[in-house]
Design a protein around this ligand. Structure first.
Ligand code: ADP
Length: 301
């Protein structure tokens, strides 16, 4: 089972090239799509979810031409958009039951069983009689997953699900996704690096509508081994360091400013070697032009 995207491009009528020749093979399991705001993630997700048209390229999944055979895709698709609207006055149980009716699950006993199972799986069973308007952000997102699972999807697309969730809700939501198993393709788009690093065996980093890095996150991190250095700097020194070094990131640690620098050898006094992490991979990738992007940059060492 693999979702194959080849040469996918999309330009909006206002001239924005949101997708520029995207090619990716996405295997079963959790796949992370990481990129800054405006990178093209939602455009890609909506295209895969048959909600908008591409200008060029092809997408296949389970023998289906995703861009053309939209009805067939929808039969095996679960989609959780960025903003999942709910009817605030209806209970979780009633709305999920209603969606199940719309999905064509007509046998009321089977429908009830399925709805109960999904409410339990998403940890909402205890709250099933509560109106959705009283749900927290995390509960609403989990309800969104419950409705997306009604169709028993083989392809589950989840667009920026953790925005606005507190840390505990975020963790609970991500664990729920991880539990959905390795037998379906789950694409999780996010601009939060740690959403991906803990869960996804494969990822793609997109910027300006192109894939600037892709692969196994651990392998991408390993390619930067020995090349990340850091040191404390004073705020007024930062600009000079940015001129003279490849500064990937600035962080605050214990109220002081720390810069992380990419360098094949010790970049100078005061720098300590530091273990690379996925955030380093991410910042390097999004600030490189596609030709310089990792792994090419990493191979240069
Ligand atoms: P992301 O999800 O990574 O934030 P989007 O796919 O939403 O990225 O947007 C990619 C680019 O396309 C952005 O520059 C955005 O402003 C633009 N864009 C998105 N939707 C539209 C639209 N309907 N019309 C015109 N431009 C759009």
């Amino acid at each position: 089972m693999e979702l194959r995207i080849s040469g996918l491009s999309k330009r909006y009528p206002n001239g924005v090239q949101a997708l520029n020749n995207i090619s990716l093979n996405i295997p079963a399991g959790m796949f992370g799509l990481l990129g800054p705001n405006g990178a093209g993630k939602s455009t890609l997700m909506r295209t895969l979810a048959t909600l908008q048209e591409a200008d060029a390229g092809s997408v296949t999944f389970e023998g289906i031409d995703v861009l053309r055979e939209k009805e067939r895709v929808r039969e095996l698709l679960g989609y959780l958009p960025q903003e999942f609207g709910v009817y605030p006055k209806v209970s979780a149980l009633d709305l999920l039951n209603h969606f199940a009716v719309l999905k064509g699950i007509n046998d009321s006993k089977k429908r009830r069983e399925l709805v109960d199972v999904l409410l339990q799986r998403t940890n909402l069973y205890e709250a099933r009689h509560r109106r959705l308007g009283t749900f927290s952000g995390g509960m609403k997102q989990r309800f969104g997953i419950a409705q997306a699972l009604l169709a028993n999807p083989k392809l589950l697309i989840v667009d920026e699900p953790t925005a606005g969730l507190d840390p505990e809700e975020r963790l609970r939501f991500l664990n729920l996704l991880a539990d959905l198993g390795q037998n379906i393709v789950i694409i999780l788009s996010t601009h939060i690096v740690t959403d991906i690093s803990d869960l996804c065996k494969q990822l793609a980093i997109v910027a300006r509508g192109t894939v600037v890095a892709s692969g196994d996150p651990l392998a991408l991190v390993a390619e930067l081994q020995g090349r990340i250095w850091q040191r404390f700097v004073a705020s007024d020194e930062l600009a000079a360091y940015q001129q003279s070094h490849t500064v990937l990131a600035t962080r605050r640690a214990a109220g002081r400013l720390v810069i992380r620098v990419l360098s094949d050898s010790n970049p100078g006094a005061g720098f300590e070697p530091s273990a690379p992490d996925l955030e380093d991979v991410y910042f390097l990738a999004i600030h490189s032009t596609p030709a310089q992007a990792i792994p090419a940059a990493a191979q240069a060492s």
